[in-house]
Design a protein around this ligand. Structure first.
Ligand SMILES: NC(=O)C1=CN([C@@H]2O[C@H](COP(=O)(O)OP(=O)(O)OC[C@H]3O[C@@H](n4cnc5c(N)ncnc54)[C@H](OP(=O)(O)O)[C@@H]3O)[C@@H](O)[C@H]2O)C=CC1
Ligand SMILES: CC(C)=CCC[C@@H](C)[C@H]1CC[C@H]2C3=C(CC[C@]12C)[C@@]1(C)CCC(=O)C[C@@H]1CC3
Length: 343
């Protein structure tokens, strides 16, 4: 292990991506290796068969690349703690931590609200954000947490806390990059119910909490070299979005795609492919973290002609609320550790 650590400290950038085996996460890995074949890439996935398949695909296009696998289920406290322990054994530094894994379980598409929206002035906003047309049914994890909160937010928060010693090192900077969403909604979030036990929009709540947490991480850890940013990949056709209209047979999806390309002329948030969706994630890889605005969300956008670009948009985030959420998450972490007898 000492030799491994020595090797990792000498050189190439260390990049860990959660949810790296499919969709936007996998496309990011492909694009990262395309730009810097020398980096040490770690795919953190909950399912090792899917992780191995992703590794094989990456190695097929980038033979000789250093692609490691890590078992990580962000919805499980035990899995996060074990994974963090393993990371600390393997690496002596962490340059980029992409917190991308996410779920939107049991999505319910409100067809009536959708058609009402289509014939209203709000149509472009509705299509860009999915606001008002989606609800989800959440469940409880083995740790007794709401699954969406645990997967999208808390597991990642715990990972950052556990990896602070690698992320915050004298004389270096590191980047924590969250895959948030344009669907993040303040109205879905409540400080009194951070896990969203009561409502029906756990996804929007978890993504809003992500935006708040990123701001708080910058407040607390910039001085130690850690910089946090959030991105939105746009509307991308992935496992997550295909599940919204599962009744659609494959051929119907191919009929709908031209419609989506048409809509892209009016809202360039319809990035549609994981490759396009990963644009902002890749752009951040090249930025000096000190130059980034902690209150901006970096959006991947694709024009009607199919050209990619990124756009920073100011987030509707209040510093006090971000600090209050941070305190709540620390309390929750404290409770979790106490129950496990590790504090
Ligand atoms: N697609 C879209 O339009 C948008 C997506 N996003 C966000 O982009 C991110 C990536 O999603 P996307 O690529 O679209 O969807 P995918 O479903 O293709 O990818 C999600 C990834 O997260 C992994 N994952 C899910 N739950 C866990 C868990 N408990 N522990 C570890 N990994 C987990 C999945 O693993 P597995 O294969 O095992 O399920 C998968 O690798 C998500 O955070 C999503 O919220 C944001 C805005 C729009
Ligand atoms: C013609 C037809 C079948 C229209 C249906 C379109 C909707 C399914 C999509 C329109 C905007 C999409 C969208 C998302 C999901 C699918 C839509 C509602 C997200 C909410 C998915 C997850 C995110 O994080 C943001 C996306 C915004 C846009």
């Amino acid at each position: 292990n000492k030799l491994l650590k020595l090797q990792s400290s000498k050189m190439n950038k260390v990049v860990l991506v959660t949810g790296a085996n499919s969709g936007v996460g996998l496309a990011l890995c492909e694009r990262l290796l395309g730009e810097d074949p020398g980096l040490q890439l770690c795919l953190a996935c909950r399912n090792m068969c899917r992780a191995q398949a992703a590794r094989a695909a990456l190695l097929a296009s980038h033979p000789g690349a250093q692609v490691g696998l890590l078992q990580l289920d962000t919805s499980s406290v035990t899995s996060v703690l074990n994974a963090a322990k393993e990371v600390k054994l393997r690496y002596s530094q962490m340059d980029y931590l992409y917190l991308n894994a996410g779920i939107m379980p049991n999505p319910q598409f409100d067809v009536k609200a959708f058609f009402k929206g289509v014939f209203s002035r709000n149509v472009v906003n509705m299509l860009a954000t999915g606001e008002g047309i989606l609800k989800q049914k959440d469940s409880i994890t083995a740790d007794g947490m709401q699954e969406v909160f645990a997967t999208n937010l808390f597991g990642h928060f715990l990972l950052v806390r556990e990896l602070e010693s690698l992320l915050c090192q004298a004389g270096r900077t590191s980047q924590v990059i969250w895959t948030s969403s344009i669907n993040a909604q303040q109205s879905a979030f409540s400080l009194e119910d951070v896990q969203h036990r009561q409502g029906s929009q756990p996804y929007s709540s978890s993504k809003y909490a992500t935006d708040l947490l990123s701001v708080a991480l910058n407040t607390h850890l910039n001085s130690q070299g850690l910089y946090s940013s959030v991105i939105c990949p746009g509307f991308v056709m992935t496992k997550l979005t295909y599940a919204i209209l599962p009744a659609f047979p494959d051929f119907l999806w191919s009929l709908v795609m031209p419609l989506f390309w048409f809509i892209r002329i009016f809202t360039n948030t319809f990035t549609l492919t994981p490759y396009n969706g990963a644009e902002a994630l890749l752009w951040l890889f090249h930025q000096k973290p000190e130059s980034l605005d902690p209150y901006s969300k970096y959006h991947s956008l694709t024009s009607g002609r199919g050209a990619n670009h990124i756009q920073p948009r100011k987030m509707d985030v209040d510093e006090d609320l971000s600090q209050a959420l941070y305190v709540k998450l620390l309390e929750l972490e404290h409770g979790v550790r106490k129950r496990r007898g590790t504090e």
